[in-house]
Design a protein around this ligand. Structure first.
Ligand SMILES: [Zn+2]
Length: 98
């Protein structure tokens, strides 16, 4: 596995984390009644557009650990070069990346 791949995965992670933080803020501001917030899958597949609906609490639990990311079910395989699966849940997978 090349450094380039690792770098791409890491850059991708940062972009999605930022996007998802913005989604969470908007949901807090405009959509209090939403039970599930439509977050973006954080896997490194470039054309992935999978939406992962999570409750605020589920998302907060993932974010509580800075090395934890979430992906749609099945997308965790793309994380294999840098990540290990922490937990498999209903509709999403939590991956730990160093
Ligand atoms: Zn994905």
């Amino acid at each position: 596995m090349s450094d380039l791949t690792v770098e791409r995965i890491q850059r991708n992670n940062a972009v999605f984390r930022e996007a998802n933080e913005r989604i969470r803020e908007s949901a807090q501001t405009y959509a209090h009644e939403l039970e599930h917030i439509p977050f973006l899958c954080e896997c490194p597949v470039e054309d992935c557009v999978e939406i992962v609906p999570l409750t605020e609490d589920q998302y907060a639990a993932i974010r509580a650990n800075p090395s934890h990311y979430m992906t749609a079910v099945g997308h965790e395989v793309a994380e294999a070069p840098v990540g290990t699966v922490v937990s498999r849940n209903d509709g999403y997978v939590v991956v730990e990346k160093s």
